[in-house]
Design a protein around this ligand. Structure first.
Ligand code: ADP
Ligand code: TRP
Length: 323
């Protein structure tokens, strides 16, 4: 296999929206083509927010469905559930024993969670240590994550360096972060960044009337129908651009500039494009949803491949620390 060893963990963040898809997911899926990708569902991490057991199970299944529907190729990519490789907890413990508490207490995400009233349990504090174990267990070279995870990657690098320093150079691979800066911030219905916390999202698996009515609510200016309009200042066009071919974009651009086209028409064009763009993924998701056993088999196969790699790493680590 060629390319780099890339790994990232995915937590369920509810219903996927266009911002999630075009902001990060599409890039992660593109990387499958020429790298060795390890993508896993971070369900141990999700436990820190103490969801109901049935809900945690359902969310885990939904993330698997979303990624498979969107084009994760389980033949190429090692796709698994974190809890199916329990040896990660052993590495996490070993790293805990070289991790100063201050390093964890300084993490913004820990402090934010406390500020939001979450109980200061040990899982929340140790969250970055487990994340470091996730990464180091597979000799990961590159970790694509959002800006909010940058500090956790610094903790990972710090722990890998400390470990190598104490137990032997080269034992752990020191990974590089690949921070996804949201180069293209996807606008929501109101023109602000699309985000579930702003209630302005369009889901990627939406269909028919309910989602169509969302498109019709996208905020535009009040230029009258007959006047020319500026596509580059329009939220409808910004979304259209993400899904349309260059030719289709040029054509709609032309119609904006010519005048005589209302925003309603642009919204219709956008809705049509959206329906087509995600049609195959929607269909794939529906099929998979009816075959939970197939999804389970895919995750089990991924876990077996992940465990094989993990075991090799641990054969190096355990004797090195005296276990
Ligand atoms: P939300 O803002 O809806 O809570 P999350 O924080 O769960 O979304 O986002 C998951 C990933 O999707 C993040 O890595 C983030 O970079 C990306 N993302 C979310 N919203 C957008 C957006 N409007 N534009 C670009 N990327 C986004
Ligand atoms: N903490 C990450 C998030 O919330 C998820 C995650 C867990 C992760 N383990 C990881 C990401 C390892 C990258 C690598 O988004």
């Amino acid at each position: 296999m060629s390319g780099k060893r890339i790994l990232t963990g995915i937590q369920s963040s509810g219903t996927l929206h266009l911002g999630n898809y075009f902001g990060t997911m599409r890039q992660s899926l593109e990387m499958q083509a020429d790298n060795q990708c390890f993508y896993f569902i971070a369900n141990f991490h999700s436990l820190t927010s103490m969801p109901e057991p049935a809900l945690l199970r359902e969310r885990t299944f939904n993330v698997a469905l979303d990624f498979l529907a969107c084009g994760l190729d389980p033949e190429k990519t090692v796709f698994f559930r974190q809890s199916d490789v329990p040896i990660v907890q052993t590495l996490s413990w070993i790293l805990s024993c070289i991790c100063p508490i201050g390093l964890l207490e300084r993490c913004h995400s820990y402090k934010d969670k406390l500020a939001h009233g979450l109980e200061a349990n040990h899982g929340l504090l140790a969250y970055p240590v487990l994340m470091a174990a996730d990464i180091l267990l597979y000799d990961t070279q590159v970790v694509p994550v959002g800006k909010d995870q940058k500090q956790h990657l610094e903790v990972t690098r710090d722990l890998a360096l400390r470990f190598n320093n104490r137990y032997g150079e080269g034992l752990l691979v020191v990974p590089e972060p690949m921070i996804q800066e949201e180069v293209a911030v996807v606008p929501g219905l109101d023109g602000q960044k699309m985000s579930k916390s702003y209630g302005n999202t369009i889901e990627i698996f939406g269909e028919g009337k309910p989602v169509r009515s969302k498109f019709m609510k996208i905020v535009t200016d009040s230029t009258p129908l007959e006047e020319p309009k500026d596509p580059d200042k329009c939220n409808v066009f910004a979304l259209y651009k993400l899904m349309a071919t260059p030719e289709e974009q040029a054509e709609l651009r032309q119609r904006y500039r010519a005048g005589g086209m209302g925003y309603g028409h642009a919204k219709e064009a956008l809705f049509k494009k959206y329906s087509e763009y995600f049609a195959e993924m929607r269909a794939r998701r529906k099929k998979l949803q009816e075959k939970p056993q197939l999804v389970e088999d895919i995750l089990q196969d991924g876990a077996a491949r992940a465990r094989a790699v993990a075991q090799k790493t641990m054969e190096r680590i355990l004797p090195a620390v005296g276990l």
